[in-house]
Design a protein around this ligand. Structure first.
Ligand code: ARG
Length: 640
């Protein structure tokens, strides 16, 4: 039972945030954002939740449906109190009920003396309970302690909901979010520099967040904000020109290994002052748009892009590159807008913005007149808000960059580009901790070089392949099946090991741990899913047919527990995406597989009187597990 406590505690934590999101969904945007632009941009509209429902019916999560019912009850119970948001949480102990309504106490404190029939919190709870509109959803309610209303859901209703999802598809269980368009800025490595494990974390976490938003019917602009603009290009271009006069004929060969090329040019830059000067001039020529320089720059970017794409392809990550250079033309305009708000001042030769609370200013124009990371990010933010009309802009980088984000967010708020923090359009920095090696230090290979990502993924895959071969799969499967399964498990394991921890904590990269088939790993979960599929296969029944003619019941306590867990999927995704915490979904998935094991231990499936119903429950579990995999970017396997 200890799992339930843990999980319920988890679900309890953030209800207030979610509530406020729901309230926000009907709040219009402030108009401040438009003030500073010449063109008549329109404010991104936030649609009401009702208007956002997809073609298929979507009633909202269990929690949202209960909130609706109890919201109505509250309006009848205390008609003079305007907009009391219902407080609904899952019960910590399933013995008491499935959910509870916790409004009585705080409401009593508010109305004490004003309404004579409410003498104590219990009587408020009693009234809330009695005023709940009749619904098929609720079996019964009881009052506990100082007025908590414990809610037990109707078993039949639960079974029907699950059956309906089987018929209509899991998209009908998509959460409803109060935004229509979001930018997820993730991965974002720097051209010519190493794409390191930090970028791997950003890639994995960002992709999951994008997938969860997309599942919630939000249009996501997946942005690769690559570092493709900056002083390092002067050095690279000059080095290229000097090394190989004929580079244009075969640029790929002229550059060779880009990392190596970067290192060599950096050494020359540090050691040779003449070269340093020429490199600095090259930056000016590049930024001035000189043809030859632009060409070389484009070539270097292209070579780098091909390297990055190898990682994205392996991990099945879709990204649209809009690098720093893209926003360059927007910088003067963005700075002008900030200037008009009197935010920019002169400091030690540079132009800076002081934001409250932080001593150090945000430098937006360097001493030499050049732009930097912050000026680009300000221009990109302006573009995303006004041109792309994004309502939520999410940046995924290591926590080390938190201050940078806090500062330019604050500057944008001072300029009126963004409303107060809890309103939309909204910006969020999704920070994450370091990847550590087993020695507890930053993850590096023996040669103290940073680890090449492709090698890392290769190793994960190869280890999985070896394990499969050891288990005799090379004889059983085709070569392609073996490859695909090894990839699914290997890459899935790397992703899950990253996502299962709270992203802010550092995590230790350990192949043995992540590839263990016991414990909370992708390997264990992929096996669990394959086992469910094999139960269904071995029954010899046509599951599509059973969906049409069969019925589902949740008679056994372990069936009911599993059913409830399945039904909580939408609110868990909503919680994970609202708080930008993929580990919430991982925890849900792990607990789901545990609930399934308990069910399977206690309830015979194939050959039992309840076979049809139980096979349908198996199928629903497999579907939800697969959706979790999908959202975490893990490919399922069907046999193992
Ligand atoms: N290129 C940066 C780095 O490697 C990450 C960029 C993140 N996105 C942004 N809009 N600042 O650290």
């Amino acid at each position: 039972m200890h799992f339930y406590f843990r999980r319920r505690f988890l679900l309890l934590r953030n209800f207030s945030l979610r509530n406020s999101l729901q309230i926000l969904s009907s709040t219009p945007h402030p108009t401040g954002i438009l003030r500073t632009t010449k063109r008549s941009f329109c404010i991104p509209k936030v649609q009401s939740v009702a208007a956002m429902s997809t073609v298929t019916e979507n009633l909202g999560s269990l929690k949202q449906q209960l909130e609706k019912l109890f919201g109505e009850s509250l309006r009848v119970t205390v008609p003079d109190e305007l907009d009391v948001p219902p407080i609904i949480t899952p019960c910590k102990d399933l013995k008491h009920g499935d959910y509870q309504c916790n409004n009585a106490m705080s409401l009593f404190a508010k109305i004490k003396g004003k309404v004579p029939e409410f003498k104590k919190p219990q009587s408020v709870g009693e009234a809330i309970k009695n005023n709940v509109p009749k619904s098929d959803m609720i079996e019964n309610c009881t009052i506990a302690g100082p007025g908590y209303v414990n809610i037990t859901l109707s078993r039949q209703w639960m079974a029907e909901r699950i059956h309906k999802m089987l018929a209509d598809g899991i998209q009908t269980w998509a959460p409803k979010l109060p935004v229509q368009r979001a930018v997820v800025d993730f991965s974002s490595p720097n051209i010519a520099k190493e794409m390191h494990v930090g970028h791997l974390r950003s890639t994995i976490i960002g992709d999951t967040l994008a997938r969860m938003l997309e599942f919630s019917n939000v249009e996501v602009l997946r942005r690769n904000h690559v570092g493709d603009w900056g002083t390092q290009f002067g050095m690279l271009i000059e080095y290229l020109f000097e090394q190989n006069q004929n580079w244009e004929a075969a640029p790929t060969e002229a550059i060779g290994d880009l990392q190596e090329f970067y290192k060599q040019s950096k050494t020359k830059f540090d050691e040779d002052s003449g070269f340093k000067e020429r490199a600095q001039k090259a930056v000016v020529s590049l930024q001035g748009g000189e043809e030859k320089y632009r060409k070389a720059w484009a070539q270097i970017c292209e070579i780098s892009r091909k390297e990055f794409d190898k990682v994205y392809e392996r991990l099945d990550i879709k990204l649209e590159e809009k690098g720093e250079s893209f926003y360059n033309p927007y910088i003067p305009k963005a700075l002008e807008l900030l200037s008009k708000e009197n935010l920019i001042e002169e400091s030690e030769g540079a132009r800076v913005i002081f934001v409250g609370g932080i001593k150090r200013p945000l430098i937006v124009v360097k001493k030499d007149g050049g732009y930097n990371y912050a000026s680009t990010d300000l221009a990109a933010l302006w573009y995303r808000l006004n041109e792309e009309k994004a309502e939520w802009i999410i940046y995924v980088t290591d926590v080390g960059q938190r201050e940078h984000f806090e500062m330019f967010f604050a500057a944008a708020r001072l300029a009126g580009w963004l409303p107060a923090e809890d309103k939309y359009p909204k910006v969020s920095h999704v920070g994450f901790g370091l990847v550590l090696g087993e020695d507890g230090k930053r993850f590096r290979t023996r040669s103290t070089e940073v680890v090449k990502l492709v090698d890392l993924l290769d190793e994960a895959k190869n280890r999985c392949k070896e394990a499969l071969v050891e288990r005799g799969k090379a004889q059983e499967w085709t070569g392609e099946e073996l490859e695909q399964t090894a990839e699914a498990i290997g890459y899935g394991a790397v992703k899950y090991a990253d996502l299962k921890n709270n992203r802010l904590t550092n995590y230790t990269f350990n192949f043995d741990q992540m590839l263990n088939d016991k414990g909370n790993t992708a390997v264990y979960l992929l096996y669990a899913h394959a086992r469910i599929c094999s139960i269904i296969r071995k029954s010899g029944k046509d599951i599509e047919e059973l969906k049409k003619v069969g019925t589902l019941d949740l008679a056994h306590p372990s069936e009911r527990v599993l059913g409830l867990h399945l039904l909580q999927f939408p609110e868990v995704v909503e919680e994970a995406v609202t708080n930008l915490l993929p580990n919430i979904l991982c925890e849900y998935l792990y607990n789901l597989s545990e609930d399934f094991t308990t069910f399977y231990t206690n309830c015979q499936v194939v050959g039992s009187a309840e076979e049809t119903s139980r096979l349908l429950l198996c199928e629903a579990t497999a579907l939800v597990i697969r959706k979790c995999f999908y959202l975490l970017g893990i490919k399922p396997v069907y046999k193992i």
